[in-house]
Write a protein that binds this ligand. Structure first.
Ligand code: GLP
Length: 244
């Protein structure tokens, strides 16, 4: 696992956006695995800027998002569909038909998981998967558990995650309790993985991920076993890691 330490959030965003652009320039119809949460928003801003300047072209790019809340429709501003449009898709030259997320409104969860898994396979898999990280080490919405075996599935969100994500909602009661997410195995099949982290509040979990054992109790710790994973984090998030 490669670790890139940047001086601040802006430099983290720029470095991560540059790596994604490298993948697109090598493969113009690359499949990008995208993430939500607040950490990737700065890098999406960079991608928008570079697209406007003509440095990166999304015309043929395909995207699959990691996860989606159950029960939020596309026009709900907290649905990840809405977030992706608001902060990226509506500002770049991407073909909306090439952008994909799980359908949080599908009343048949098993069918939805199967559909999304097959869709990712039909695109030929993910070329570069972008990840944020939860304070408990979750990636996508894969909460700490006893195994790394999951594929696309419905996850019950932990109280910690509901609390962390309530800032986007009126109250914790409005945060959906379940979400569709790519599983750990789905994520690990990506050819390349980039995890971004910023801020002191992520320092403890980054220490566990980087220096602790590989355990499903800290889902992101499995990234150490991926052949091409890069962590890009600012100095606050990496402040507990010596020798960097
Ligand atoms: C949510 C998302 C994750 C994200 C995490 C951290 O739970 N499902 O994909 O990594 O939040 O978010 P933030 O970047 O806002 O700290």
């Amino acid at each position: 696992m490669k670790i890139i330490k940047t001086i601040d959030y802006d430099h983290m965003s720029e470095a991560a956006a540059a790596l994604i652009c490298d993948v697109i320039s090598e493969k113009p119809d690359a499949v990008l695995g995208l993430a939500t949460g607040s950490t990737p928003m700065g890098l999406y801003k960079k991608l928008i800027e570079w697209n406007e300047e003509g440095t990166v072209d999304f015309e043929k790019v395909r995207t699959v998002n990691l996860d989606e809340y159950v029960g939020l429709s596309k026009d709900n501003s907290n649905s990840y569909y809405h977030v992706m449009h608001e902060f990226l898709f509506d500002h770049i030259n991407i073909n909306y038909d090439n952008t994909h997320l799980p359908d949080g409104m599908n009343p048949n969860p098993e069918e939805e998981c199967e559909r999304y898994k097959n869709l990712i396979e039909s695109l030929g898999g993910v070329d570069v998967q972008l990840l944020g990280v939860g304070h408990n080490g979750h990636i996508g919405f894969n909460e700490p558990s006893d195994s790394f075996d999951s594929e696309v599935h419905l996850e019950d969100l932990s109280l910690e995650t509901l609390n962390a994500n309530k800032r986007f909602f009126e109250s914790i009661d409005d945060v959906p309790k379940r979400a569709f997410t790519m599983g750990i195995q789905t994520i690990m099949r990506a050819k390349k993985i980039i995890l971004v982290a910023s801020g002191e509040d992520k320092a403890k979990i980054m220490e566990e991920i980087i220096e602790g054992p590989v355990t499903p109790k800290v889902p992101a710790s499995i990234l150490k076993t991926h052949p091409d994973c890069t962590i890009i984090a600012d100095s606050d998030a990496l402040k507990l890691i010596k020798n960097l």
